[in-house]
Design a protein around this ligand. Structure first.
Ligand SMILES: Cc1cc2nc3c(=O)[nH]c(=O)nc-3n(C[C@H](O)[C@H](O)[C@H](O)COP(=O)(O)O)c2cc1C
Length: 160
């Protein structure tokens, strides 16, 4: 089996949860192995095997990826209290490259003209793992509605 065959993909559940997550956290390492993790709000997926993130102000992440392309991205739906962790290999795509407009189409729409995208960070997905809040194991009988109610209380918000 080739390494491409072992790759995991983004199914509909992962894609929905990307949409329900306000932001993701991108973890990279520099050439010396020092880790870096920062939030990115403008992120999405393309097809079944790619996460894309807008580099608007992410100089360290971009520099790290150029030196060491293995990355980890995690995101959670804070109200449903679950998310995913994705490991993959990233490339930095500059605006003059052919793929920028194709892979960055949704990011450009999300960011709008007020937030210029310097590069598209494109991550080829290799491994997808679930993240559950501990309450799923401790209180498995809770309904999604109850979890969301507790999320609203924790964050002091109500849905519109
Ligand atoms: C809520 C939030 C959302 C953000 N979204 C993005 C984003 O989508 N793209 C981006 O480049 N920076 C974004 N940033 C800013 C970066 O996280 C910030 O500039 C960070 O210092 C970049 O770190 P880096 O150079 O290590 O990547 C966001 C910051 C916050 C607090």
């Amino acid at each position: 089996m080739s390494s491409a065959d072992k790759r995991q993909h983004l199914n509909e559940t992962v894609k929905n949860e990307i949409k329900n997550s306000v932001l993701c956290w991108l973890a990279t390492v520099d050439a010396g192995g020092t880790p870096n993790v920062t939030p990115k709000e403008i992120f999405s997926y393309v097809g079944n095997d790619r996460i894309v993130i807008a580099d608007i102000a992410s100089s360290n992440s971009v520099r790290n990826i150029r030196a060491q392309p293995r990355v980890c991205v995690s995101f959670v739906d804070v109200f449903r209290q679950r998310g995913f962790k994705i490991i993959g290999t990233a490339t930095v795509i500059a605006p003059e490259e052919e793929n920028f407009a194709i892979l960055g189409a949704e990011l450009l729409q999300m960011a709008g003209k007020d937030y210029p995208i310097r590069n598209v960070i494109s991550i080829e997905v290799e491994k997808v793992s679930r993240i559950w809040a501990p309450s799923y194991a401790l209180f498995p009988e809770r309904t999604e509605e109850e979890r969301m109610e507790s999320g609203y209380a924790i964050y002091g918000v109500r849905p519109l």
